[in-house]
Ligand binder design. Sequence first.
Ligand code: AMP
Length: 176
Amino acid sequence: MNALAQRIDQNIARVPDFPQTGIQYKDITTLFQNPELCDEILEVFAKFSAGKIDAVCGIESRGFLFGIMIAKKLNLPFVLIRKQGKLPPPTVAQSYALEYGTATIEVQPQYIEKGMRFLIHDDVLATGGTAEATAKLIQKCGGIPSQFSFIAELEFLNGKDKLLEFTPEIQSLVSY
Ligand code: AMP
């Protein structure tokens, strides 16, 4: 782990058995108690994406936090990816499999121009199902999933494997 990863790790709260027994929830919102560390994180994210993308999309809801800051810092548009029924029409939807059942995410397609290169940003990469569905949704609307970035990655769940079919440009600041 590099020095920044170590400090991020020390500033992420772990919540055992949340939201289900056996899951250790990584609460990244504790990072916002440390504004200087947030600045450093933002620098690293912005450096990764500068010149390589045309817009940022953030996945509801913790993907909005750094997602919008990255977009602002790079002076690029920000697009929200939300759970079904939250965004006003017009919307385009993408469903994906969960361990039990399915989930659906939506985007407002008027913000996605043909050939627009997107950074897809979220707080934690776990199984990769949500980020993969987001990439498919962007493609469905004519955009290009060019990069993914996350604060933390749960490597043992191999979520990255699902994303490599879209791009090798995948950044996680700390891995578990
Ligand atoms: P995924 O399994 O990669 O589709 O993850 C689904 C969503 O749940 C992502 O938006 C993650 O932010 C969140 N998530 C999954 N596992 C965890 C965890 N252990 N701690 C915090 N967030 C998680």
